[in-house]
Design a protein around this ligand. Structure first.
Ligand code: NAD
Ligand code: MG
Length: 383
């Protein structure tokens, strides 16, 4: 029996690597739905190779171009504002891979959660924005969230067979990104080309900037809180420049478990798709002797203020993480367009957190509204 896959965000970094994994196991997986936002050339090739029944491309004009590019290839093309949500709600799939970047991935993931589906979750923003609602709905609908994010995959693997009440704390590892050890007098002048050069991982632009600013680790703290039902105090971060130890779980008897591996997202993707089975592959192996020294250091949150701001938003709760996320999406885009400097990103996020109205128990509509209003505010805070 094949597992039917709906891959949301197939043309991105996680999307492409998910298809690489699927290509390795034609007897296990069958692609039912693919979605993309741009990059029609790549999308067409994916459609021709993997033969999905349905594809989504939100923009109507692009959908028309795609139809022409595909000739008489049999596939239903859906477009329009609600098309992503509708396919997540209606299509016939076993696993939805949530690989859209940012808040744009929330609506479709939420549909899959409501349907009680298995979700291979790369889109961490879903849990950052609406983690409380998603966690409650998961328990109600029977949905399963299997993390794709490497740190959370590590934690998930360490927690198997364990009693959650015997967990003392978790430690998320962070590479530190390209600016590890740098100070504000250096960071004030950095440009996107430098920020986009991650030492260990090749990823989409947004998460690469988030890694350079340590916002990514802040978002991951909030992601971990809702994935594993941790309290704020149980979550800590440590810098680990080699990106070999993907995270730690500390237990109440003093024992500590970690999961290790080379930094390659195909491993957590394959684990999520194969779960509960551990599939074999011939990827490059982690050889202990090649890494005689694994090092760890405390994060410099005075310089990398985004991590402190994310932690603050997590502790405040309510719609604060949603504000943090929306402001961050705006400033990352502005930084990528050379409109603002690297350090200005934190200034604008901080102002948004101060100025947006706090809602203690938001509904999904409140989150959507908060996202929209924060984007407007953040856009007025730079020229
Ligand atoms: P990416 O930018 O490479 O790809 C994003 C995908 O989403 C593309 O297919 C794009 O077409 C689609 N998309 C973008 N905007 C959209 C919109 N408005 N509506 C619909 N579709 C849209 O991003 P990525 O690096 O693959 O990251 C995807 C998600 O996975 C992010 O949430 C990221 O935090 C998470 N993640 C990525 C990595 C990684 O190694 N890349 C690791 C861990 C977690
Ligand atoms: Mg990660």
């Amino acid at each position: 029996m094949h597992k039917k896959i709906a891959l949301f965000g197939s043309t991105g970094s996680i999307g492409v690597q998910s298809l690489e994994v699927i290509r390795q196991f034609p007897e296990l997986f069958q692609v039912e739905v693919l979605t993309a936002f741009s990059n029609l050339e790549l999308f067409r090739n994916q459609i021709l190779e993997f033969n999905p029944t349905h594809v989504v491309i939100p923009d109507e004009n692009k959908a028309g171009t795609l139809r022409t590019m595909l000739g008489d290839h049999p596939v239903q093309i859906h477009f329009g504002q609600d098309a992503l949500k509708d396919q997540a709600a209606q299509a016939n799939y076993d696993i939805l891979i949530a690989a859209i970047v940012g808040f744009a991935g929330l609506a479709s993931t939420w549909e899959a959660v409501q349907r009680g589906k298995i979700i291979a979750l790369a889109n961490k923003e879903t849990l950052v924005v609406a983690g409380d609602l998603v966690r409650t709905k998961v328990l109600e609908s029977g949905a399963r969230l299997i993390p794709v994010d490497s740190e959370h995959s590590a934690l998930f693997q360490c927690l198997i067979g364990e009693d959650p009440s015997r967990v003392e704390k978790i430690t998320l590892t962070a590479s530190g990104g390209p600016f590890l050890g740098k100070k504000p007098n250096f960071l004030i002048n950095v440009k996107k080309d430098h920020a986009l050069q991650h030492p260990n991982w090749t990823m989409g632009a947004k998460i690469t900037i988030d890694s350079a600013s340590l916002m990514n680790k802040g978002l991951e703290m909030i992601e971990a809180k809702w994935l594993f039902g941790m309290s704020n105090e149980q979550i800590e971060v440590i810098i680990h420049p080699q990106s070999i130890v993907h995270s730690f779980v500390h237990f109440t008897d003093g024992s500590v478990k970690a999961q290790l591996g080379l930094p390659d997202m195909k491993l957590p993707i394959q684990y999520a798709l194969g779960y509960p089975e551990r599939l074999s592959n011939n990827h490059k192996r982690y050889e202990i002797k090649n890494y005689p020294s694994l090092t760890f250091e405390v994060a410099d949150t005075k310089t990398f203020r985004n991590l402190a701001l994310a932690k603050e938003a997590m502790y405040r709760g309510g719609n604060s993480p949603c504000v943090l996320n929306a402001a961050n999406e705006v400033v990352v885009e502005a930084f990528l367009k050379n409109r603002i400097g690297f350090l200005e990103m934190s200034d604008i996020i901080e102002q948004c957190l101060e100025r947006m109205t706090f809602i203690e128990h938001p509904t999904m509509d409140d989150y959507i509204h908060t996202d929209l209003e924060t984007r407007k505010l953040a856009s007025t805070l730079y020229k």
